[in-house]
Design a binder for this molecule. Structure first.
Ligand code: A3P
Length: 295
């Protein structure tokens, strides 16, 4: 990985980040979904897409989410070709655009802030994030006939701050501090709180994105319907999420299914020792000390 302005990137991703910082032009009504990899990006894309497009797509049997992968529906700003294998011309998309990024806040174009674009940030317990990434990297390596990193290596690197788009804590902190300063433009969410009560998060998302649930929608159970449509069970049961793939700039191919594994909170206990978990918790607590952000 290469360090750029305090954050670590794989070379191919850094190319996209640099290109985005030059070529991406934010619009005031853009909505940006920001995450670190493996924090629940796919889920957030599904939820935000369903919430923001419900007036035109409804929630019925012909909903796009039932036949398109969430990464196909919501393009990344910096990962070219992630949306179903073709490079989306972001400038040609109609407003309001729903976009995603893994970029740190400080690398987004300054207009994102000055124009007041709404940002939804999703983070996740670092232990589960690391375990999820390890499985992801191992699956990709196996596809290429190689071997991925061991848990010990990945753990050691993560604790030192080496993770894609990391250090993990600095990425979270930038968005956290901004969400404290400007809560009207940044909504800070955790994977665990969505798991706990997805319908509540659907309501928060809808209000934050300027499309609050109407009384009629409340009484017809729309929040629960959206949560169910975007649930791990529904998405993993769809053919589109079991077959096919997403190619990143023709250089890496991801099977659609690779973005789904267990979708659970606390799976780290099955993959790292209690001592490792405690060590990582201590490091993260130290790094976040005084910020008010806790995992
Ligand atoms: P696990 O590997 O712990 O199962 P990302 O989308 O940022 O790549 O994150 C992938 C993680 O989110 C994986 O976690 C995946 O299973 C989980 N995930 C994907 N879709 C989900 C959903 N609809 N509900 C809950 N978790 C989901």
């Amino acid at each position: 990985m290469i360090q750029y302005k305090g954050f670590w990137f794989k070379p191919m991703i850094l190319e996209g980040v640099l290109l985005a910082s030059r070529a991406f032009t934010p619009r005031a009504d853009d909505v940006v979904l920001a995450t670190q990899p493996k924090c629940g990006t796919t889920w957030l894309k599904a939820l935000a897409f369903t919430v923001t497009t419900r007036s035109c797509h409804g929630l019925g049997a012909d909903h796009p989410l039932l036949t398109c992968h969430p990464h196909h529906l919501v393009p990344y700003i910096e990962i070219l070709g992630a949306a179903g294998g073709h490079v989306v011309d972001l400038g040609a998309l109609p407003s309001p655009r729903l976009l995603a990024t893994h970029m740190p806040m400080s690398l987004l174009p300054p207009e994102t802030r000055s124009l007041g674009c709404r940002v939804v940030y999703l983070c996740r317990d670092p232990k589960d994030t690391l375990v999820s990434r390890l499985h992801f990297e191992n699956k990709l390596a196996a596809q290429r006939g190689g071997a991925g990193p061991s848990m010990d290596d990945a753990f050691g690197m993560f604790c030192e701050g080496f993770s894609p788009y990391g250090p993990f804590w600095d990425h979270c902190l930038e968005y956290w501090e901004e969400s404290m300063a400007r809560p009207d433009t940044i909504l800070f969410l955790k994977y665990e709180e969505i798991k706990l009560n997805p319908a509540r998060v659907v309501r928060r998302l809808a209000s934050f994105l300027g499309v609050p649930l109407t009384e009629q929608e409340e009484s017809s159970g729309v929040a629960d319907k959206v949560a169910r449509m975007c649930s791990f069970e529904t998405l993993t049961g769809l053919e589109v999420n079991q077959v096919g793939g997403v190619s990143h700039g023709n250089r890496v191919h991801f099977d659609n299914s690779v973005f789904y594994r267990k979708g659970e909170v606390g799976d780290w206990v099955n993959h790292m020792s209690r001592e490792m978990g405690e060590k990582l918790d201590r490091i993260v607590q130290q790094k976040l000390h005084g910020s008010g952000l806790v995992f």
